[in-house]
Design a protein around this ligand. Sequence first.
Ligand code: UD1
Length: 447
Amino acid sequence: MSSPNPPERRPVAAATAGHLDEPSSESPISNLTVVGGNPLNGTMRVGGAKNSALKLMAASLLAEGTYRLCNVPRITDVALMSEVLRSIGCTVHWEASDPVPDLIIEVPSEIEPVAPYELVEKFRASIVVLGPLLARCGEARVALPGGDDFGPRPIDMHMRGLGELGAVFENVHGYIHASAPKLRGTRILLEFPSVGATENILMAAVLAEGTTVIDNAAREPEIADLCEMLNKMGAGIVGAGSATLTITGATEMHSSDHTVIPDRVEAATYLAAVGVTGGEITIRGARHDHMAMLCQKLGEMGMRISPDADGLWVLAPTRLRSVDCPTLPYPGLATDFMPFLVALLATTEGVGIVTENLFAGRFKYVDELRRMGADIRTDTHHAVVRGVDRLSGAPVKAHDIRAGAALVVAGLGAEGSTVVSDAHHVARGYEDLAGKLVALGPDVTVS
Ligand code: UD1
């Protein structure tokens, strides 16, 4: 059973509606301090999906007009994507609405198809403006993203797919100069179901002449969400959520409103957190059908998870048993869940083998978990996690969004206090992680 997306919402009454302050694109958070030992109990609501909202924002570049995006998380990465859109010529602001503010994007008739290095180097997801800029303007200049803490993050599949639609590329002073006076639909077979490549090709193909078929497309729920918004804007996409996307090119598109799907990675963070501490929580808004494999794994570990009309009810005993966890493209276990699963397995009964099949370099936080007493051995893309009775709180460092959240999760069950430094990474993807945890019982402070 699945719960529906949050309903489309209208702005609050005119008397209270108005522009809200922009969340900072420079997070003021440096440390998250967790004192372990409190179980999680109560109800929380999951926010909108970061990985969907960022792409929906990029999609707005395809057509002039005003867009109202509902259920957008107020996180640093959204503030950075707003900066990218502004540098292209759009106006972006937040407007009060109930229960969460809406993001309003105004796209003018003339835009500057450039994504500058200063912004792209701060968050590489901005590469998804390449496809829509190319489709709308016939050209784009986007700074080449570098590697990151997951290791190298190439964009060869994005470029090959766009190339097959007719784009040509030049690498000039660290920027990709892409041009395509005319994009033409064709059959594109991706060698791997890359999320970003599927999105970039999709957002170019919607305005290409004729029909494009993307085979071996990524099937993540965030891509289905993007397809839904693109279709509302006038695109002709069939097969959303499947491995074959068929896109009939439109000559023109128009603006639209859209509500972002709930964030399955945020929901997974709270599932892992209650797995570590034990307790009983309800995660409002979480969609079981978007995280069925994770729920199955957690069930094998001893948790009880039951979907209801508006979320998930979760019961966790004080100690779970270990299972093996391979990451795979959707509907497999998401690589973004893996750091929480490793944190969880660090204290479960037995040994669990985690195999990371997407990002080879994604084990850096394991050294931090070892500082907390975790017994983990890594070898290339495997981690062998032997559960210990209890972790021991320690100063640790967040290397990326999910790794930082995983250290917080580990700290919730540890003895004493864990100080997660470089916590600005966490603010990139979580709206008020500390506040939402505190409301469920744990002792977490921000400094
Ligand atoms: C997106 C998500 C990220 C998630 C990942 C996999 C966003 C903002 N980020 O990242 O949180 O962990 O999907 O679910 O939505 N690859 C290539 N060449 C390419 C493109 C990708 O070799 O041109 C490789 C990558 O290095 C990686 C694999 O393909 O090994 C998957 O990457 P991809 O699905 O593209 O991830 P992202 O879109 O970058």
